[in-house]
Design a protein around this ligand. Structure first.
Ligand code: GDP
Ligand code: K
Ligand code: MG
Length: 269
């Protein structure tokens, strides 16, 4: 069975896009154990493909029921593709989730939504550059106005038809060294596709992952050492090292791909 998972921040237009992609082929229920609504449908353009709507979230930390449902689903059910709905008018904040979705190792297509209102906000986004820098397909759409939804459907079909591996977002060299050492310790004990995800979660001292993956004492000590060394180097806690690395990465991307027309007018006048 082919499954695509719709993920994104709350109010990024996920439901609107879900309705466009599935039409009236929808079933509504609940996620097991929680009162979070679960919606499933069939892709209008290809009934063999199931579209799974995931709860709207800002992060894949395990703090809310919505975050827990989403991360469990992406890691345990490994859908064939994530369609990440990004609000183009709030791209900095939305990309923070995109990076984490990419880290799960599930192939991703980015639906850059709300392009119909971007102009009013005085912004332009270079979609080709954004796609190049993230190494994922990006389609600028308006789910509300139905702009480019067919283009997105094509991109989804194409991405499903080829096994695609994208390079994972790379952060500060010192952080990368730590993550590589942790990856060596946990290799073979976690699904290969999600090695990066688990390395980061171990580094962040994520309790769920430390509980879930059973490591022997030597490996545990080794990873603790790696984390402590990094914390001394950065003079910061491991989880905020990762938060900062993601924001720096996003700042670089936005700097390259987003033009604020107000700034532009100011700089030439
Ligand atoms: P969700 O919380 O991610 O499911 O977002 P919704 O689909 O409920 O959309 C949130 C709001 O944004 C609603 O008022 C939608 O009508 C609106 N919306 C969704 N997509 C677009 C779009 O492409 N352009 C504009 N202008 N508004 C949109
Ligand atoms: K909403
Ligand atoms: Mg919704």
């Amino acid at each position: 069975m082919t499954v695509i998972a719709l993920a994104g921040n709350p109010n990024s237009g996920k439901t609107t896009l879900f309705n466009r992609l599935t039409g009236s082929n929808q079933y509504v229920g609940n996620w097991p154990g929680v009162t979070v609504e679960r919606k499933e449908g069939k892709l209008k353009s290809d009934k063999a493909v199931t579209v799974q709507d995931l709860p709207g979230i800002y992060s894949l930390s395990p703090y809310t029921a919505e975050e827990v449902v989403t991360r469990k689903y992406l890691l345990d059910e490994s859908p064939n593709l994530i369609v990440d709905t990004v609000d183009a008018t709030n791209i900095e904040r939305n990309l923070y989730l995109t990076l984490q979705l990419m880290e799960t190792g599930v192939p991703l297509v980015l639906a850059l939504n709300m392009i119909d209102v971007l102009k009013k906000n005085g912004r332009k986004i270079n979609i080709k550059k954004l796609s190049y820098m993230l190494s994922v397909p990006v389609v600028g759409i308006s789910a509300l106005k139905k702009t480019n939804v067919d283009k997105l459907e094509n991109e989804i079909e194409q991405s499903l038809s080829k096994a695609r591996d994208y390079p994972i977002p790379e952060y500060d060299e010192r952080l990368e060294t730590a993550l590589e050492m942790i990856s060596n310790d946990i290799q073979g004990l976690v699904p290969a596709q999600s090695l990066r995800w688990y390395a980061i979660k171990f580094f962040e001292r994520d309790e769920r992952v430390w509980d879930e993956i059973k490591l022997d004492a030597t490996r545990k000590e080794d990873i603790e050492q790696v984390i402590e060394t990094a914390e001394k180097l950065f003079e910061d806690n491991s989880d905020s090292i990762v938060v900062n690395a993601r924001y720096e990465y996003i700042a670089r991307i936005v700097d390259m791909c987003v033009i604020d027309e107000k700034d532009f007018t100011m700089s030439i006048s």
